[in-house]
Design a protein around this ligand. Structure first.
Ligand code: ADP
Length: 375
């Protein structure tokens, strides 16, 4: 048996990514020791952030697989240990910078994360389905993406993404579960069973603030907020906590739906936020005979985009029209967003197209209106 070099073991471990923090375990101070015996047995001691780390099996499996690939290794023995408070502090300093303040990283000057608050006038128009699919489409393109499910009373994002795992709490830092490359936090992860959440304004504001400060998202290219329908407290809180968040309004083609959605969009004139665009969902149904049925009428999205453009004084584009599609609904029910499928579905293609438009939108504050209106 040849000598196994410690460099080779380190290099193998550097390929093991912590599933929550999305960085190599070697960088995170999680490798306490690694050594190889004469007979090719490698002993690895991994330091987990917390004892009940839900991803211990994943880390063990990935580390075993990586080390088994090193020439000369015959067996791998992984011991899982837990970080001391000092080691956890060092990890937090590494992730957030030493002595970091509790701030909302996405609200800091210089933050390059595009924040999209997805709003709708009323429930059931597909706001959450659209949010999840856009986020997954961008993550599939290699962007770093997060979702805050701020639809406090009707949270559905974990279900749409098949997430059952709870976030891991490391002292005052919350590590969000990751699904399809998207980091997700939802009120639904903090309630027991399927309990309704009876929070009111100030509590909602605090919950959202905590999600935005204490959840460790790391560097993100895009953060989506799934807002509750309507123009409620959360929309105002988002504007206060994340003034640069841009609003995406989801509506159906129905004139009445576009009317209520307009109210959700024009809130931007009061808060000084930008409206990134309108998405029309459930636009039509392609029939087996090649025909097209407009179940909810037509034109609502275009009318809404026009009205919002004149209300906010900047061009609000219609970002796309998503057809009714059984596969979109089935993907949601199965916890596997349709954009990740073969991409054959019409709804998936429309969503991927919208995601591409968002990905290529310029970053920065140009076009922002100040929250002051002459009377
Ligand atoms: P909201 O977040 O606006 O309340 P959801 O995203 O929960 O709406 O969607 C409501 C329901 O409509 C879900 O069952 C979803 O699967 C379905 N749905 C949404 N958009 C479409 C579509 N384009 N085609 C078929 N079903 C859709």
């Amino acid at each position: 048996m040849g000598q196994i070099s410690s460099q080779a073991l380190d290099a193998a471990l550097a390929t093991v990514i912590d599933p929550e923090l999305r960085r190599p375990i070697t960088e995170l101070g999680m490798v306490e020791s690694v050594s190889a015996a004469e007979d090719g047995t490698v002993r690895l001691a991994v330091l987990l952030t917390i004892a009940g780390c839900p991803l211990r099996d994943t880390i063990t499996r990935d580390a075993t697989e990586a080390l088994s690939g090193v020439a000369g290794v015959s067996a791998v023995d992984v011991e899982l240990k837990v970080m001391t408070p000092a080691q956890r502090q060092a990890l937090r300093d590494k992730l957030r910078g030493p002595g970091a303040q509790r701030v909302i990283p996405f609200a800091q000057p210089g933050s390059l994360t595009k924040v999209y608050a997805v709003a709708s006038g009323k429930g059931g128009v597909g706001k959450s389905t659209v949010t999840v699919n856009l986020a997954c489409a961008l993550a599939a393109q290699g962007l770093r993406v997060g979702i805050v499910d701020a639809d406090v009373h009707g949270f559905s994002v974990p279900g749409l993404m098949g997430i059952t795992q709870k976030p891991t709490q490391v002292d005052d830092m919350i590590l969000p579960p990751v699904a399809f490359g998207v980091k997700v936090v939802s009120v639904g992860m903090f309630v027991v069973g399927n309990q309704p959440v009876a929070w009111r304004g100030p509590m909602l504001h605090r919950a959202l603030e905590q999600f935005l400060t204490d959840v460790y998202f790391g560097d993100l290219d895009a953060l989506f907020l799934d807002l509750p329908p309507g123009t409620g407290d959360i929309a105002i809180s988002v504007a206060q906590l994340l003034p640069t968040a841009e609003i995406i309004v989801v509506t159906t083609p129905q004139a009445a739906a576009a009317d209520v959605a307009e109210r959700a969009g024009t809130i931007a004139t009061q808060t000084g936020q930008k409206v990134a665009g309108v998405i029309e969902n459930m636009s039509f149904l392609d029939m087996p005979d090649g025909g097209r049925m407009e179940l909810f009428g037509s034109g609502g999205g275009a009318v809404l985009a026009e009205r919002l453009s004149s209300a906010v004084g900047t061009d609000v584009p219609l970002l796309g029209q998503i057809p009714l599609d059984i596969r979109l609904r089935e993907g949601g029910d199965a916890g596997k967003p349709v954009v990740l499928g073969a991409g054959e579905s019409a709804a998936g293609a429309a969503l991927i197209d919208i995601a591409a438009k968002l990905a290529t939108r310029p970053r920065g504050l140009s076009g922002m209106k100040l929250g002051i209106e002459p009377r």
